[in-house]
Design a binder for this molecule. Structure first.
Ligand SMILES: NC(=O)c1ccc[n+]([C@@H]2O[C@H](COP(=O)([O-])OP(=O)(O)OC[C@H]3O[C@@H](n4cnc5c(N)ncnc54)[C@H](O)[C@@H]3O)[C@@H](O)[C@H]2O)c1
Length: 360
């Protein structure tokens, strides 16, 4: 994938800035991708992963940083989109010195990019990086951090699901509905709790025995089924993918019995075109990056000095944003995934353009 938009405008990348960072002594090889700062400094996590090649690392950071721009725009944040990758096996090469070297490169961008946790990086790593740069979120509670971001991720998913319920059945509640949760991890567990409290019945699955045991003891009313295939072909109203990406593909969508898909997992659509397949089957899909933005809302709040109630209020607005996207999709005759992209692009263009008003 190229970085520059080609003259015919066909390249999907079009990033503002891509920074390659190297420190030979610690073995640091990192790429920071800044897709857009139209709405403010770019925010997105650092993925620490043993990519097969430099090209694979670049492709990932370009895709992820672009995705963050859209997610942050629809989360209503005054933040642009960015992401970073550190190329290497964290189990082998992660060290204090490497993380601090990385922190110095983040600092060198003077606040154009804020980092956070992602696959392979954790809260204690952010505390180490913060010894070299001010531009870090996702820090520990004792350092003013937001703590476990899955709390507001699940809250936001629940709000998105309420909006989908209102659109589909006329009332913003899951009471009396049967919701299938695939993956009872950090997000799935909190989501199951909100659903039960709202009066839904929950059927769930997980590959991890500890997660199943948690369900048996905490919520014995949850029906546990053997696997995701059984879950999606059972009599459910809503399917909530909360495990890995690619949950909606050419095999699962034709088998789905749910009328609504709303879940916490990232990148639920296995490939472009699946959103049309869902629409053809009359299944309402709320775009993943819209409904799972509660986590980024939670960590972004650290920039102002973390306040959980304020962050929760912002995550609650995912209900309004999801409703707005579903109405726009109806009005424009496009799938919600397309409507969401349009709304994000509109906000980036309209608010970003305000910088052209000279302030002296
Ligand atoms: N944690 C957050 O704040 C956050 C924010 C945005 C998006 N997400 C996304 O939400 C999803 C879940 O995140 P999480 O933090 O809860 O992760 P997690 O690792 O805590 O939970 C994932 C759960 O899914 C289960 N699982 C894995 N494969 C499965 C399968 N084939 N069938 C059923 N269950 C399976 C795992 O055993 C685990 O319990 C991920 O896609 C993540 O990228 C998380």
């Amino acid at each position: 994938m190229g970085v520059f938009v080609s003259s015919d405008g066909t390249d999907a990348a079009g990033h503002e800035q891509v920074v390659f960072c190297q420190d030979r002594h610690t073995g640091l090889k990192a790429i920071i991708g800044i897709y857009s700062t139209a709405l403010g400094p770019a925010l997105g996590g650092t993925r620490f992963y043993p990519y097969e090649s430099e090209e694979a690392a670049l492709t990932d950071v370009l895709n992820l940083s672009r995705g963050m721009a859209y997610k942050n725009a629809l989360a209503g944040l005054d933040l642009g989109g960015g992401k970073a990758v550190i190329w290497g096996d964290p189990g082998q090469v992660k060290s204090e010195a490497l993380l601090r070297a990385y922190g110095r490169f983040v600092e060198s961008l003077n606040g154009r990019y804020y980092t956070a946790c992602d696959v392979g990086t954790y809260v204690p790593d952010m505390d180490v990086i913060a010894r070299e740069t001010r531009y870090v979120t996702g820090r520990s509670l004792e350092h003013g951090g937001a703590g476990d971001s899955s709390i507001l991720t699940a809250w936001g998913v629940f709000q998105g699901m309420r909006a989908a319920a209102e659109h589909t059945w006329g009332s913003p509640t899951l009471a009396g509905r049967r919701v299938g949760v695939a993956g009872l991890g950090k997000v799935g567990k909190y989501l199951a709790g909100h659903l039960i409290e709202d009066g839904a019945s929950v059927v769930a699955t997980d590959v991890n025995e500890a997660a199943l045991e948690w369900a048996r003891t905490t919520y014995p009313q949850i029906d546990l089924v053997a696997d995701t295939q059984t879950l999606i072909t059972s009599d459910i109203d809503v399917y909530a993918p909360c495990a890995l990406g690619g949950a909606l593909d050419d095999d699962t969508v034709p088998a789905l019995r749910a009328k609504v898909v709303t879940g916490g997992a990232n990148n639920q659509l296995a490939h472009p075109g699946i959103e049309k397949l869902l629409e053809e089957r009359g299944i309402l899909y709320t775009p993943d990056y819209v409904v799972n933005a509660g986590g980024v809302i939670q960590v972004a709040d650290e920039i102002e000095g973390f306040n959980f109630e304020r962050a929760k209020l912002r995550a609650t607005r995912i209900f309004d944003t999801t409703g707005q996207i579903l109405r726009l999709a109806d009005d424009e005759g496009v799938p919600p995934a397309v409507a969401a992209d349009r709304l994000a692009e509109r906000r980036m263009a309209e608010v970003g353009r305000l910088r052209s008003i000279f302030l002296g």
